[in-house]
Design a protein around this ligand. Sequence first.
Ligand SMILES: C[S@@+](CC[C@H](N)C(=O)[O-])C[C@H]1O[C@@H](n2cnc3c(N)ncnc32)[C@H](O)[C@@H]1O
Length: 227
Amino acid sequence: MSKKQEEIYLEKEGDRWYTRGEHLLNSEDLSEHHKHEIEAHFRYFDKNKMAPKRILEVGCSNGYALKIYKDRYKDSECFGVEPSSKAVKEGNEKFEGIKLFVGTGSDLSRFTDGYFDIVLVKGVFCWIGRDTLFKSLSEIDRVLCKDGHLIIGDYLPEYQIKNRNHHLKEEEIYCFKTDHSKIFLSSHIYTLMYREVEFWEDGYKGKFGDNRYEITIMKKSYKDYYY
Ligand SMILES: C[S@@+](CC[C@H](N)C(=O)[O-])C[C@H]1O[C@@H](n2cnc3c(N)ncnc32)[C@H](O)[C@@H]1O
């Protein structure tokens, strides 16, 4: 049986991605894109007079975003799960007040049901193999409390497309670009609270193809759905 994509991330691609440093991952010195994304979350919390208490980030890299959360919400508990042991080690050493674990979204068994009021999944669903996607969605749903918020940042392409990770020659792994929030929303267990769509630099010139990104905030609530 071929290896699952998440196994390849745990074995090597997580560390390799982190080592390639494709993103700037210092909480002090973020790219405009990352800054804008986290500011959008905080704007939503402010508007709704919320102060997150227990935050989980799935695919957190070195936890730079969690650190920004922790600095703003000092009383919060901030946890992250990430396949790259290198990113986890560096983040745990560098950022005080957050706790990161090596793992993937399909197994959040170290956390109890409904523990978190915020689950953050930024740039990660697209990298989860389709064989463990539903397991991961289910785990994320399990650990998020009633009325908690699920925050997704991911590709929101014009059409569904999978792009091969060209860094990995010996195994085939893909970036699956599709509307992941829709899976939660179509369950009607989640309600859309905020959605912002942005385009990568060269993305929107009359045609955006797969270059569009979503910042989506959903509340785990079906209170107003059923008659
Ligand atoms: C594009 S990076 C995004 C990192 C970070 N969330 C951010 O916004 O900068 C994708 C991250 O997802 C991680 N990842 C890949 N597969 C995963 C899985 N099955 N579960 C959790 N994280 C995964 C990768 O190791 C990598 O850190």
